[in-house]
Write a protein that binds this ligand. Structure first.
Ligand code: FAD
Length: 452
């Protein structure tokens, strides 16, 4: 048996941030990661013909200017960033499949624009009144948590195109669930976690910059500072705990510590056995969390051909298989890359197709934006987080109707020597890497405060 001050389970950004802060403060830390790699939901992979491979960001990739916790750690780790390509006009594919070019305003007609502006104002007002770390404290939280986001939008607005567009931004595009399946309160929390609904829907804010070499460099750099305190291939299956500490089991090995940090998504806490068992409320709260589902698709072409046509590569289409698309060409790369997203029920449907049928459907959808040139990529890559037991979906987890007010607070509560956390329980930066850094920092801070 090895003995430590703190054991951290999970080498994603949350776990590694907590571990690094604790190690910096002189604590003896051990990080146990089940996978054979660092980074959890961050991963950069090389794909393409042998000798001509390019890096693809399989998980998270964008950084926004309000994400000061993430920007702070990028600074500290000396990891440079570059802006997303955004010059030129964007595209909006309407319900009939026709692509329209636009500059600032969605080309949806005057009355729909006004309806979207009104919904935006209402959501911005609610988000401004909410502490995203304590959404259940918002006035009217109980009511907002009892009605689905889509039903709430329909109560506010009788323009179906406006409703579909606003539903898209928080449903398929963020929580990656259909807008009828989560509450209006959960939607407001998503907006508040990004500062406002306006920020969340502004691609120039939320998808502002990328990290040179990929966002996985953050956890890789943290892990390299931690050195042999990080151990891979260590699937923690049993935790024995009492008020004085915890003992974790990995196969036949056991490790003991005064404090334990379970830096895994809430849905994966229930994969671990506890002795004594978790109090019912802790277990039930996590059973009511679920991952959204989005398939990130990336297609690389000989050139970024859309740029020659005056297009930025940005496109939205609430009724298309690929509901949003962006230029994802890495800085300095002559070949062009598009990234798109297939979300919620559409991801279920194409998930049942063969690989080649799915690829054809996705490329046809990209062609609805950019024409037939989109049908012939050099390389095509899909991210498959839903098939990985150690994640289970993308981008993150959220509650079903009523869950946030009923169990939201429990997810963040420590239990004896155990701290729980991941970007899924963050307030600011919820479901984002910024939130993972914040939660990791907060946990380390609490443990250090208790130690003194
Ligand atoms: P995770 O990264 O999930 O880390 C948890 C770790 O715990 C994993 O490594 C897992 O293997 C390990 N683990 C689980 N159970 C055990 C166990 N029993 N024993 C040992 N180890 C265990 N965020 C952004 O900010 N910008 C983006 O552009 C963005 N895009 C995204 C796109 C995709 C496709 C996905 C999937 C995510 C995206 N995100 C984005 C979200 C972001 O990646 C996550 O919020 C963040 O990486 C989560 O970090 P975490 O440490 O909290 O959790």
């Amino acid at each position: 048996m090895t003995t430590h001050d703190v054991i951290v389970v999970g080498a994603g950004v949350t776990g590694l941030t907590a571990a690094w802060r604790l190690a910096q403060a002189g604590q003896d830390v051990l990080v146990l990661e089940a996978r054979d790699r660092i980074g959890g939901r961050l991963r950069t992979e090389a794909h393409g013909a042998p000798g001509a491979e390019a890096d693809f960001e399989i998980g998270g990739q964008w950084v926004s200017p309000d994400q000061d916790a993430l920007l702070g750690i990028l600074d500290e780790l000396e990891l440079p960033t570059y802006p997303r390509f955004r010059e030129g006009e964007s595209l909006y594919v309407d319900k009939t499949g026709v692509a329209h070019r636009f500059g600032e305003e969605l080309p949806v007609g005057e009355s729909t624009s006004a309806a979207i502006a009104q919904l935006t104002k209402t959501l911005d007002g609610l988000a401004a009144a909410m502490d995203p770390a304590r959404p259940w404290e918002l006035d009217d939280a109980d009511h907002l948590d009892s009605v689905s986001f889509r039903a709430w939008l329909e109560q506010q607005c009788d323009d179906p195109v406006a409703v579909d567009n606003v539903a898209l931004y928080i449903g398929p595009a963020m929580l990656t669930k259909p807008a009828h399946s989560f509450s209006a309160l959960q939607a407001v929390q998503m907006a508040a976690s990004a500062g406002s609904f306006s920020n969340l829907v502004d691609a120039d804010v939320i998808l502002d910059r990328r990290v040179v070499g990929g966002l996985q460099r953050v956890p890789l750099a943290l892990a390299s500072r931690l050195g042999d305190r990080v151990r891979l291939g260590q699937d923690v299956t049993l935790v024995e705990w009492d008020e004085d500490g915890a003992v974790v089991h990995v196969g036949n090995e056991i490790h003991a510590a005064r404090r334990l940090v379970l830096a895994v998504p809430p849905t994966l806490v229930t994969r671990i056995r506890f002795s004594p068992e978790l109090p019912a409320e802790h277990r039930i709260a996590r059973e009511h969390q679920s991952f959204g589902l989005v398939i990130k698709v990336q297609a690389q072409y000989a050139t970024p051909f859309w740029r020659a046509d005056g297009l930025s590569g940005t496109g939205f289409a609430p009724w298309q298989l690929v509901h949003e698309v962006y230029d994802n060409t890495p800085e300095g790369e002559p070949r062009g890359m598009l990234v798109g997203f297939v979300s919620d029920e559409r991801a279920d449907a194409v998930g049942r197709l063969s690989e080649s049928e799915r690829r054809d459907r996705v490329l046809e959808s990209l062609a609805a934006y950019f024409g037939d040139a989109a049908l012939e990529p050099l390389t095509y890559v899909e991210s498959d987080w839903q098939h990985q037991e150690l994640t289970g979906g993308a981008y993150g987890t959220s509650f079903d109707l009523g869950g946030l007010t009923r169990w939201g607070a429990v997810l963040r509560e420590p239990l004896g020597p155990i701290e729980f956390g991941s970007s899924d329980v963050a307030g600011h930066g919820f479901q984002h890497v910024d939130g993972a850094v914040r939660v990791g920092d907060e946990i380390a801070h609490r443990i250090l405060a208790d130690a003194t």
